[in-house]
Design a protein around this ligand. Structure first.
Ligand SMILES: [Zn+2]
Ligand SMILES: [Zn+2]
Length: 222
């Protein structure tokens, strides 16, 4: 059963890479207090952190779709504001947070590190936000530990830099691989119901059906 009403997703496009940071709030069916996660914390997260203050809520986790610099650069700032909030990431990128060569920032104007991970995620893990189930989909290719977070009851999926509205993630980075990414998109994301709303790491939302029909880089049927 689709239950989109229990979920609110707010988008903050942060920093020079305009990386989407999402505040995901979920209410309990009984009308209990909302719970929230923050997905990806890019450069200059102040606006997003101010919004959390305004909401009067402490996130249950900072959950990361992957550990490229632009998705993790604000974690130290976020931790200063919310010291007890754990950081979750796929096990394949557990060392990237603290290693500016692996998260690629050593090659950028702004070397970036972040606090170490508190919980490691794997394909098939089921996470719960206010009792609502989210499934971890391992969607490597843009990076080895890329994950998507899928909530079947809300019909939404956060897909990081795997697929964008009309595009896909870059595969020219160290650790990237086009064939792996195409396989992830076809077998994990295009396998979701067509009306699933995709929340990517950059740019506007899209749907599974729209990308299957018109994404020029990864076709549904190849
Ligand atoms: Zn990336
Ligand atoms: Zn990115």
């Amino acid at each position: 059963m689709t239950d989109p009403d229990r979920i609110t997703i707010e988008t903050f496009s942060l920093g020079p890479y305009q990386t989407n940071c999402y505040i995901i709030r979920s209410s309990t069916p009984e009308g209990g207090p909302e719970k929230c996660w923050v997905a990806d914390v890019g450069f200059d997260p102040g606006r997003m952190l101010d919004r959390l203050d305004e909401l009067g809520t402490t996130p249950e986790a900072f959950v990361l779709t992957h550990a490229h610099l632009d998705h993790i650069a604000g974690l130290f700032d976020a931790r200063r504001r919310f010291p007890a909030v754990p950081i979750w990431i796929h096990e394949a990128e557990k060392d990237w947070l603290t290693d500016d060569r692996r998260n690629l920032s050593a090659f950028s104007p702004t070397p970036v590190t972040a606090p170490p991970a508190d919980r490691l995620l794997r394909e098939g893990d089921e996470l719960h936000l206010a009792g609502q189930a989210w499934r971890v989909l391992h969607t490597p290719g843009h990076s080895p530990g890329g994950i998507s977070l899928y909530c079947p009851t809300a019909g939404v999926c956060l897909c990081g830099d795997a697929v964008f509205n009309g595009s896909i993630g870059r595969t020219d980075f160290p650790g990237s691989d086009f064939d792996t990414l195409a396989a992830s998109i076809r077998s994990k994301l295009y396998a979701l119901p067509d009306d699933t709303v995709l929340y990517p790491g950059h740019g506007p939302t899209t749907t599974v059906g729209a990308e299957k029909n018109s994404n020029p880089f990864v076709r549904a049927d190849a």
